[in-house]
Design a protein around this ligand. Structure first.
Ligand code: UD1
Ligand code: CA
Length: 456
């Protein structure tokens, strides 16, 4: 049977106190509803149906590039009402998987179990909670079959003691939803149209509902406020840390790691505390990441060592390179094997080939640097004239003395030497020594001016 995923995301999220719709708040750098959409995409190619309400414009703008069937629910009159709005978009001949846009951590594995159980026509995901208050309780008959769901506000004191609750996640044949949804009423404590009333309709029609119980409350936890958002973020990061450690990565402290994207690691990778990985990051065998590093969308090949407080963004780092401490590698940088980048060095949109070193206090932007080049402390590529960016080319085996400015566009030929303190404004031929600094004077018997006596 075809599968169609329907995501409820119309809730306002009042307790977030935010201008942003609740489902656009992020876990691991991705909106809550993005996690749900991604899980849906693993299960089926068919377009997800998303029911939106408050702040729907922002939601649709955010996902403008994604194929989604958007359904507006103008007033939030309950989960049943939300589904009623979506009904024309829900195929009768498909199985409908109902998910919540603010429940981000559901595993695909659990969803598959729920879908398998829906062969009967209707399956429901439940969980047992130590504190079930607020949730709809699962009422079972003498045979242990699900008979109905009673909302907390409608429940008797006996029913309130039940700790098996409705997660809200369910799989139902479209045909059945088309029969039941138009018949929902709102005669209950909240005056809402309850989707959960479909359970009783199913039982009345002789259908057995299969309950699937998850053992992991975190995966069915929704976000209503920023405390819950933070708690789920930590749960997500803990799971990510466990995944990495189980795969052979050493984490100096699994509680101080943040992965906001996809981190893949080779063998014997070591990650020190407070590392943040954003986007797709790949770390080769034996890579060591020092404390307090932020690495975004980059590839670090085997044996790379990154020292404390280094920021790397959209770069490719060759085998055995050593970077930092306190280095900043900016987008479109390609570093060859065994390149050394030291403290307080910024590299932007540059290629630096194998064995070259930029060890101290330098800015290298829009540059192409050859092999075995030594760039001295305090070297600056003057790449910007206020209007345009220009390129600096430094060929193999060049030695650049400290405190050099390279005014681009400029090329320093192979094997040339630039004396310390030089401002290079013209191309340098291979093998030359170039110095532009003023010759040193030496004045004997120089009297330094003195302060007058009694002056402060
Ligand atoms: C619902 C269930 C309850 C279950 C609980 C799990 C019903 C009647 N009750 O409770 O049994 O234990 O979820 O969290 O279904 N939403 C809309 N439009 C609406 C109302 C809700 O899109 O008009 C969305 C919300 O954005 C949210 C989800 O549906 O993602 C659940 O809504 P919420 O108000 O949190 O749950 P309840 O209806 O109280
Ligand atoms: Ca509600």
């Amino acid at each position: 049977m075809n599968l169609c995923v329907c995501i409820l995301a119309a809730g306002q999220g009042k307790r977030m106190y935010s201008r942003l719709p609740k489902v656009l708040h992020r876990i691991a750098g991705k909106p809550l509803v993005g996690h749900v959409l991604d899980a849906a995409a693993v299960l089926t190619d068919s377009l997800p149906v998303v029911i939106y309400g408050h702040g729907g414009g922002q939601l649709k703008d955010y996902y403008a590039d994604r194929s989604v069937v958007w359904i507006e629910q103008r007033e939030q009159l309950g989960t049943g009402h939300a589904l009623q709005q979506a009904l024309p978009a829900l195929p009768a001949e498909a199985l409908i998987l109902i998910l919540y846009g603010d429940v981000p951590l559901l595993s695909v594995e659990t969803l598959r179990k729920l879908l398998d159980a829906a062969a009967s026509g209707f399956s429901l995901l439940t969980v047992r909670l130590a504190d079930p208050s607020g949730y709809g309780r699962i009422i079972r008959d003498q045979d242990g079959h699900i008979a109905r769901i009673v909302e907390h506000k409608d429940a008797t004191s006996a029913e309130l003691t039940i700790n098996e609750v409705n997660t809200g996640i369910m799989a139902v044949q479209g045909r059945l939803l088309h029969q039941w949804l138009p018949r929902l009423g709102n005669q209950n404590a909240q005056g809402e149209y309850y989707l959960t009333d479909c359970v009783e309709m199913a039982v009345e029609s002789g259908l057995q509902i299969i309950g699937v119980e998850t053992q992991d409350p975190t995966e069915v936890t929704g976000v209503n406020n920023r405390l819950q958002l933070a708690a789920l973020e930590r749960a997500y990061q803990r799971a990510e840390a466990e995944r990495l450690m189980s795969g052979g990565v050493t984490l100096m402290d699994p509680a101080r790691l943040d992965v906001r994207g996809k981190l893949s690691c080779g063998q014997d990778v070591l990650i020190d505390i407070n590392a943040v990985f954003i986007g797709e990051v790949s770390l080769g065998d034996g890579v060591v990441i020092g404390p307090n590093c932020v690495i975004t969308s980059s590839t670090l090949e085997a044996g790379v060592e990154v020292f404390a407080n280094t920021v790397i963004d959209n770069a490719q780092i060759g085998r055995g390179a050593r970077i930092g401490p306190f280095a900043r590698i900016r987008p479109e940088t390609i570093l060859g094997d065994d390149v050394h980048i030291g403290n307080f060095v910024e590299i932007k949109k540059s290629e630096i080939r194998s064995g070259s070193k930029v060890n101290h206090l330098s800015y290298v932007g829009d540059a192409d640097i050859g092999r075995a080049v030594n760039v001295g402390a305090g070297t600056i590529t003057c790449n910007y004239d206020g209007g345009h960016k220009h390129k600096t080319v430094i060929e193999d085996d060049v030695f650049i003395g400290s405190d050099t400015q390279l005014v681009a566009p400029v090329t320093v030929g192979r094997g040339a030497t630039i004396g310390a303190g030089t401002t290079v404004t013209e191309n340098v031929e291979p093998g030359r020594l170039v110095i532009s600094r003023v010759r040193q004077k030496s004045i004997a018997g120089w009297q330094r001016p003195r302060k007058p006596q009694n002056a402060q």
